[in-house]
Design a protein around this ligand. Structure first.
Ligand SMILES: NC(=O)c1ccc[n+]([C@@H]2O[C@H](COP(=O)([O-])OP(=O)(O)OC[C@H]3O[C@@H](n4cnc5c(N)ncnc54)[C@H](O)[C@@H]3O)[C@@H](O)[C@H]2O)c1
Length: 261
């Protein structure tokens, strides 16, 4: 129970397939008390039963594209928790037309702005809003993807937004370190979720992943959840500003093992 006595806010749980769901389950198992934010009313139907199962009745609307919504959500949270011990940022978005076709042809100024706003700036915005309520030894966590480091088809402007998010993680870590608040990211391998289904040929990504990854498979949101729980616990007290890969080793292998010849 290495998160006993920790209060953690989870964002981005859209349904049971969300990576945030795997994280919430692992954190609950390790003794954390949880609160949740959801993007809009439509998300509440799937979130409510999961939160209930995890012993939480703190469900707060927060659309990260709006400063007003972020502000209101922390005012709401304050009614339940005076202070807390960190949050998980499991939010990403780019308009569908940005994730289909050749990067140089499909990327627009508006698409670029939206992807960076929702997928990267929102991490800074949430940290800013949460800071006055964060306890000593708090931990912030976000979810990134290898597309930040290497190009691949169709991921397009999301790769740029994830690169920004990874830099964001390092700058937030530097900024909040003197308050003993740690900031980390998990770079997860591809997992079939609602957001992932917006990337064209996602199924192909899954099969190619299994071929090249040293473990010969993809990862589950439960495996991501276990690492997330560790990174937000005091066992990780010496780790900040890091990108931790939970991808069955995919990023470490240049070629599939069955190409030995
Ligand atoms: N699934 C993968 O293969 C994979 C791999 C690596 C990283 N990630 C990242 O993990 C994170 C979670 O995605 P997921 O795969 O669990 O998909 P998901 O669709 O379950 O979660 C995405 C969440 O983002 C939320 N969101 C989007 N716009 C928002 C806004 N304006 N305000 C508030 N919330 C908003 C959605 O409501 C949803 O809950 C994302 O950052 C994603 O890029 C996913």
């Amino acid at each position: 129970m290495f998160l006993k006595d920790k209060k953690i806010l989870i964002t981005g749980l859209a349904n049971k397939y969300s990576i945030a769901a795997g994280i919430a389950h692992a954190m609950h198992r390790e003794g954390a008390s949880l609160a949740f934010t959801y993007q809009n009313e439509r998300m509440l139907k799937n979130l409510a039963p999961i939160a209930n199962e995890l012993g939480s009745s703190i469900l707060i609307e927060c659309d990260v594209s709006s400063d007003d919504s972020i502000k209101k959500s922390f005012t709401q949270l304050k009614k339940h928790w005076d202070t807390f011990d960190g949050f998980v940022h499991s939010i990403g978005f780019a308009p569908a037309d940005q994730l289909l076709g050749d990067f140089v042809d499909v990327t627009t100024r508006e698409g670029f702005k939206i992807a960076h706003d929702i997928s990267s700036y929102s991490f800074t915005a949430l940290a800013k809003a949460a800071k006055p309520m964060l306890n000593d030894s708090s931990a912030l966590l976000t979810l990134t993807y290898l597309g930040a480091m290497q190009s691949l088809p169709n991921y397009n402007v999301m790769g740029l937004a994830k690169a920004s998010l990874e830099a964001n993680t390092r700058f937030l870590a530097a900024s909040l370190g003197s308050d003993n608040i740690r900031v980390n990211a998990i770079s997860a391998g591809p997992i079939k979720t609602l957001a992932a289904s917006g990337v064209k040929n996602f199924r192909k990504m899954l099969s190619q992943h299994s071929e090249r990854a040293p473990l010969g498979r993809t990862v589950t949101s439960e495996e991501v959840g276990n690492v997330a729980a560790f990174l937000c616990s005091d066992y990780a007290s010496g780790i900040t500003g890091e990108i931790t890969y939970v991808d069955a080793g995919f990023n470490t292998a240049a070629m599939p093992l069955n190409d030995k010849g």
